[in-house]
Design a protein around this ligand. Sequence first.
Ligand code: ZN
Length: 180
Amino acid sequence: MKNPKTVNNEKHALIVCDMLNDFVLKGAPLEVTRARAIVANIKREIIKSRKKHIPVIYCCDGHRPADPEFSLWPKHAVKGTAGAQVIDELKPHKNDHMITKPSYSCFYKTTLDKLLKQLGITHVVLTGVATNICILYTVAEASMRGYKVIVPENCVAALSQRDHQFALQQMKRVFQVEIV
Ligand code: ZN
């Protein structure tokens, strides 16, 4: 007979993507106005996760001053600037994990996959901005790597409600993401 403790091998991690000053603060260079409405919800998820010893992983843009991304978007989250810092309300704790990313996906040219494997993670809960950009491409990469993905609807936001809804639909239809 199997030991019941070994039957359920699910292990969750919480990812907080791009909740940075340059995206969230009023008047920020790449302001996602709706991001301010999800701060309290993400905070609740973070507190809940820390209590349950679920790893909290912050994945944050960290651009070079002349990053090619700035031909499309206003200059934002330049490495070492205040704009690239996580907003005060969601400040990381010392046991949380910090990952800097150079582009949209939290996996692209980062150590996220390695970290998730080291921690034995099977399920990732994704929160942050923007639903149709960094979140969507992270969902895609996580799914293709075999992770189960859960997205709490009230913990993600986009520049427009249309982009937000479109992305949630794509996640459900294409990647079987659990939208909660
Ligand atoms: Zn960026």
